[in-house]
Design a protein around this ligand. Structure first.
Ligand SMILES: Nc1ncnc2c1ncn2[C@@H]1O[C@H](COP(=O)(O)OP(=O)(O)OP(=O)(O)O)[C@@H](O)[C@H]1O
Length: 265
């Protein structure tokens, strides 16, 4: 099977400094400092309620932090809109896929290409050459991604006809179609049947080993984190309690205690 080419490089470091998010009195993130290096896949793990989804929300502009800062290279991204995050190639998936239910699989994947449209509305309506060239480029890119994500046979199906697992594949295809520099995955394989899950993990491993994008993977399955992420960050009750090489981090007593409830004393 053809390997997916991801043309953009995740060439900038995302630095989070003393990041906090509070909901009333609850600190969902508490003074979190971490660095996401270019082209590295980062596991983001921790028990339920640790703050993982909150962190993804902050890193995609869905939530404004109550304290601290985020810099993408030299650029201050703190509190920027979702559109600004998308324009910089920082893109996220959701635990529950957010798709246009009445539209086809192909139309949904094509939405990922929106940020590459260089021609205006007038050119689209008149189908001017620049628009036609953009459209062909985008259709070709989407076809390739759809084929690799096993969606070739359902391209014309409306989303409402699909199983949950296939919806998740469509959302991941849309994310990849947008050529992310930094991809934020929120338990991408959760809820999939074992065969589909196996396929998806192979595809993610292929993209990871190509080394062209940075990723954050929120995941409860530590074997999957071990396979895909050389580096991991562990949150517990909003605090970053460990980070470093995944195998080392998972072996730490503090992490075992927080994550698995295992006490070595
Ligand atoms: N919009 C909100 N309003 C109030 N509290 C919230 C909100 N979003 C999250 N929280 C709380 O913030 C804390 C962190 O939640 P978050 O969803 O980030 O955890 P998580 O690590 O992703 O958990 P899980 O693994 O269960 O998905 C939890 O106590 C949660 O109840």
């Amino acid at each position: 099977m053809k390997t997916l080419e991801m043309p953009l490089k995740g060439d900038v470091t995302l630095n989070l400094e003393n990041l906090s998010v509070s909901f009333g009195g609850l600190m969902a993130l508490n003074d979190v400092t971490m660095s996401l290096k270019p082209n590295v896949w980062n596991g983001l793990i921790g028990p339920n309620g640790a703050g993982k989804t909150t962190l993804l929300n902050v890193l995609s502009g869905f939530l404004v932090p109550t304290g601290g800062s985020i810099h993408l290279g030299d650029e201050n991204m703190t509190g920027q809109s979702t559109q600004n995050w998308v324009e910089r190639g920082i893109l996220r998936g959701f635990q529950m896929p957010r798709l246009l239910e009445g539209e086809t699989v192909f139309v949904n994947i094509m939405l990922g290409r929106h940020r590459f449209l260089s021609s205006g509305l007038g050119a689209q309506i008149l189908r001017l050459p620049q628009y036609m060239a953009d459209e062909k480029r985008d259709r070709d890119a989407c076809m390739e991604i759809a084929e690799r994500l096993l969606l070739g046979d359902v391209l014309e199906e409306p989303i409402s006809n699909l199983t949950f697992g296939t919806r998740r594949l469509v959302e991941i295809a849309r994310l990849l179609a947008a050529e992310p520099k930094i991809a934020l995955f929120d338990e991408p394989a959760a809820g999939m049947d074992p065969d589909l899950r196996h396929e998806l993990v192979s595809i993610l491993a292929e993209i990871q080993s190509a080394g062209k994008i940075t990723a954050v993977l929120v995941e409860h399955d530590v074997d999957l984190v071990r396979r895909l992420c050389p580096v991991s960050h562990v949150l517990d009750a909003g605090r970053l309690i460990a980070h470093g090489a995944t195998d080392e981090v998972l072996g730490l007593q503090q992490v075992q205690q927080a994550y698995f409830g295992v006490d070595h004393d």
